[in-house]
Design a protein around this ligand. Structure first.
Ligand SMILES: Cc1cc2nc3c(=O)[nH]c(=O)nc-3n(C[C@H](O)[C@H](O)[C@H](O)COP(=O)(O)OP(=O)(O)OC[C@H]3O[C@@H](n4cnc5c(N)ncnc54)[C@H](O)[C@@H]3O)c2cc1C
Length: 402
């Protein structure tokens, strides 16, 4: 089968391949900024958006994106807590979450014409079909149908091509959402509860009160291997439920996942289509949060004139190059130079010494040179192996043994 002829008018203006976080945000940004554009969104799974709870700092999102982004937000809190041995801090930065259910519903309504957001015929969604990218302006859907467009946007998430050639550490998650009989005792999230002993490496509980009687408790572990310890997760979650007076809360949903934290950039794919989200490196390599850069990518694509999208993306990626490199450097430091049992100290220090504006800029991937210096200078020497640290500037060391 040959790619469709480009002499005829293309079938769509934009073709988004992958209906996860990036693909759906992009559909919303295009609907807002380019209401005249025709968009095809193809997702290989039966449903859009998977099964996630995507949190972020409100300061991650630029003012210009608020009009289309705000209606997607499921929950908001004025601040959050972190708890470490020797430190409990409330951070007064507004925090928020978008759930898969909310984003799926809002994206389907964009296509289907519900509640005044209708653009019938402008956004076409196809799920349950794998999409192959034939060229920067053509895709093949479901193995048979070739479709032309002005711009293919690769939002396929993690693929073999996104693997870091220099290796990676991993953030693994097991999250359980509960309905409780009474009111959950905390009204704000705790994004790191590091009270458990750290013998198995850096691990913590993440707590998100999604309503007065609903809570997501997520066990997170930073490790050299992409494996998660389910019995450890069950233990820590059960301990927190008991402490909160809700030992028999009803489990209503589970989400699991593993996110590589790369040490080096993925190989570039010259000549391929434009890539956003995880596929294009538009995520925060050191925190694992995708939202700040996924929103930025969506805004860039949707605001650029169609013939200038590639230039806008390339320009923004170049402007962010040093920050991306620094985020990967932090991963190398954490996984290759700090003993697993000492890793929590790095995060404790981050929250102990940084003022809120620096924390906000770090998470938003807008940190300055001074912010970066403040983050690494003075890392606890007890956790850092100085000779390995010096050598790491020359070559990538292997992980530090426990
Ligand atoms: C458990 C967990 C918790 C997380 N929590 C947060 C958080 O709180 N905040 C945050 O910002 N980030 C979080 N992240 C990170 C975030 O989920 C991902 O980085 C983000 O989903 C990446 O977005 P994406 O659109 O690039 O990829 P995805 O969301 O993975 O979407 C890619 C989509 O493309 C589809 N696809 C792939 N190939 C094809 C194909 N050939 N044809 C059609 N469709 C295709 C896939 O089925 C998938 O739906 C978390 C990750 C995990 C694992």
């Amino acid at each position: 089968m040959t790619p469709p002829s480009m002499s005829a008018a293309p079938d769509f203006d934009y073709c988004i391949v992958g209906g996860g976080l990036q693909g759906c945000l992009l559909a919303h940004a295009l609907a807002w900024h380019r209401p005249e554009a025709t968009v095809l969104l193809v997702e290989r799974a039966a449903e859009l958006c998977g099964n996630h709870t995507w949190s972020f700092h409100e300061t991650d999102v630029a003012e210009g994106a608020r009009s289309w982004f705000d209606p997607l937000v499921s929950c908001r809190w004025p601040g959050y807590r972190v708890r470490f041995p020797g430190l409990t801090r409330r951070v007064s930065l507004p925090y928020a979450t978008i759930t898969s259910d909310r984003l799926r519903e809002a994206t389907l309504s964009l296509a289907g014409g519900v509640e005044g957001t209708a653009r019938p015929g402008r956004l076409v969604i196809r799920t349950g079909e794998t999409c192959e990218i034939l060229s920067p302006t053509a895709v093949r859907v479901g193995g048979t149908a070739d479709i032309s467009c002005r711009e293919v946007l690769d939002c396929r998430g993690r693929t073999a091509q996104t693997a870091s050639p220099g290796g990676a550490g991993y953030q693994t998650f097991i999250g359980h959402e509960y309905e409780t009989a009474g009111r959950w005792p905390a009204a704000e999230p705790t994004v790191m509860d590091v009270r458990a002993d750290q013998a198995a490496g850096f691990e913590f509980l993440y707590e998100l009160p999604l309503g007065p009687d609903r809570v997501l408790l997520e066990y997170t572990r930073f490790h050299e291997e992409p494996a998660c310890d389910e019995s450890r997760a069950d233990d820590l979650i059960a301990t927190r439920l008991a402490e909160a007076g809700a030992p028999s809360a009803k489990l209503i949903r589970t989400e699991t996942g593993c996110l590589p934290m790369p040490y080096a950039a993925a190989a570039s794919r010259a000549g391929s289509s434009l890539a956003g989200g995880y596929a294009g490196g538009w995520y925060h390599a050191a925190t694992g949060y995708s939202m700040p850069l996924a929103v930025r990518f969506a805004e860039l694509v949707a605001r650029a004139r169609p013939d200038q999208v590639a230039a806008a993306i390339a320009g923004a990626a170049a402007e962010d190059r040093l920050r991306r490199g620094f985020a990967r450097f932090l991963n190398r430091l954490l996984f290759c130079l700090v003993r697993p049992t000492d890793r929590w100290k790095i995060f404790q220090r981050f929250y102990r010494v940084l003022p809120e504006e620096r924390i906000a800029r770090f998470y938003a991937h807008r940190f300055t040179f001074t912010d970066a210096a403040r983050i690494v200078i003075g890392w606890p020497p007890s956790g850092l192996a100085p000779i390995r640290f010096a050598r790491s500037f020359v070559s990538l060391p292997g992980p530090v043994a426990t």
